[in-house]
Design a protein around this ligand. Structure first.
Ligand code: UD1
Length: 430
């Protein structure tokens, strides 16, 4: 089992490039199997969630060719099964996009109920409601979603909850349905815009992505058009808050600053200097951080996927800060680990109350989920002494070259797989 070992207390300084957005790539790659031609997708992050999805494509017969680390050529024309009958695909949340894509293209899909990070109950009722509104029969048998439709026809769908996954999944199926679909109370996340841009490039007719009303005119066929995935706002945000927590100075390149507004606002509030460029942002934390209140919300609000990272920074801020989680009810498992590191932090219902302290101290901690994992590494970087982080497999789901990138910013972090290696690191780190 691999672990990270970190010698904390070094400010992160330097420049870093952000990869393509994992969440956008997962939906765009799945949309790519809706055509019967070869298509090239660029700027795909090399993270394990993407690799699991590509494996699932191969299992149903699609042709997947890795051109280089960030470019994949896919041909959905060789698909010979609509049954994604493999256990491993459950590991990723986004396996649910296979339902929308296969239902749209073949009018039939069988996909195991999704797993993903254990940050709440994460139902998919809104996805299923959308497919049913489009005329599909949908049921769940022995943990598998079974959807089929003789006629997939456009419908007016009001989402009861703002859901990124349901919005995208309905867009996928409705793009190849007959007639017009309207999604009301749609998610406005940049991922929705990116997948709509991709589909429109392939001949779909989707208007309003990025607003809460999306209109889709179904088309008969989609065609090949290569595409480059948007930059990852959560990876960018993670390095922004890592700079803040370690009192560093980092230029984060290859970003769309507009996507980072909620995070930049909070960083300024807690006392960081934030500079915005065309495709980069700089975060410089010269002084002790200040308290703030933050509530996670659908885009353009503060992202739930940045909750643990800001909470870690706030453990080192002066005063009492409050982080309210309004999207996922079980996103607090990092809190116990931070307590082991000396943080003054507690959870009350969906709120984290943090009394800032002057220092965290290194400890042996374990990662409960992807974003919490990144946040705990930030805590280790900011803490005094040695931190050993177990279960880093979660982090590898969503961060490419995490430790290498942090090292390029001056962090003392290594991936190890034995106690001996930990001892050697400690000896070298002094
Ligand atoms: C996506 C992202 C995830 C991010 C989340 C919110 C991917 C692969 N994952 O997850 O990183 O944290 O958006 O920005 O893109 N809900 C229902 N019924 C549904 C669907 C959702 O009740 O049918 C609830 C969820 O439990 C949650 C809220 O709606 O409370 C938002 O979830 P949703 O936006 O769907 O998250 P995901 O698409 O799973």
């Amino acid at each position: 089992m691999e672990q990270y070992v970190i010698k904390g207390g070094h400010p992160l300084i330097g420049e870093i490039e952000v990869e393509g957005a994992k969440n956008a790539a997962l939906s765009i790659l799945t949309a790519a199997i809706m055509i019967n031609e070869s298509i090239m997708i660029n700027n795909i992050p090399d993270v394990s969630d993407i690799n699991v999805l590509l494996e699932a494509f191969i299992i149903i017969g699609a042709t997947v060719k890795r051109i280089d680390r960030h470019t994949v050529q896919i041909n959905g024309g060789t698909i010979d099964s609509v049954s994604v009958n493999c256990e491993f695909v459950k590991r990723i949340r986004a396996s649910y996009y296979l339902v929308g894509a296969l239902l749209g293209k073949y009018r039939k899909a069988e996909v195991p109920l999704p797993g993903g990070c254990n940050i709440g109950s994460r139902p998919i009722d809104q996805h299923l409601k959308g497919f049913r509104a489009l005329g599909a029969d949908v049921s769940v048998h022995h943990g598998v979603i079974v959807a089929s439709a003789d006629n997939l026809r456009g419908a007016h769908i009001f989402l009861d909850i703002v859901s990124v996954g349901a919005t995208i999944n309905i867009i996928l199926a409705a793009s190849l349905a007959k007639g017009n679909t309207v999604i009301e109370n749609a998610a406005r996340e940049p991922y929705v815009v990116d997948v709509a841009n991709f589909l429109n490039g392939m001949g779909a007719d989707i208007k309003g992505a990025g607003t809460d009303i999306i209109r889709i005119k179904g088309v008969e066929h989609l065609h090949s058009k290569s595409y480059s995935i948007m930059p990852d706002l959560i990876e960018a945000g993670t390095y922004m808050f890592a700079a803040a927590a370690t009192r560093g100075n980092v230029l984060i390149k290859n970003v769309i600053p507009k996507h980072l507004e909620a995070m930049m606002t909070k960083l300024k509030e807690i006392g960081c200097i934030v500079e915005e460029f065309d495709e980069a942002v700089r975060v410089c934390a010269k002084w002790k951080l200040k308290k703030t209140y933050v509530k996670t919300l659908p885009y353009p609000g503060f992202p739930t996927d940045m909750h643990p990272q800001i909470a870690v920074a706030l453990t080192l801020a002066s005063g009492i800060s409050i982080v309210t989680e309004s999207i996922f009810e079980n996103r607090f498992k990092y809190v116990d680990e931070l307590i082991r590191m000396g943080a003054h932090i507690k959870v009350e219902r969906n709120t984290v109350i943090i009394e800032g302290t002057s220092k965290l101290t290194g400890a042996r901690i374990s990662v409960p989920d992807l974003r919490a994992g990144a946040a705990l590494v930030i805590a280790g970087l900011a803490a005094e002494g040695i931190t050993v982080v177990d279960d880093i497999i979660y982090i590898q789901r969503g961060y490419e070259n995490f430790e290498q990138k942090l090292r390029s910013l001056g962090a003392k972090i290594e991936k190890v797989s034995s106690e001996t290696e930990i001892q050697k690191f400690m000896f070298r780190a002094g």
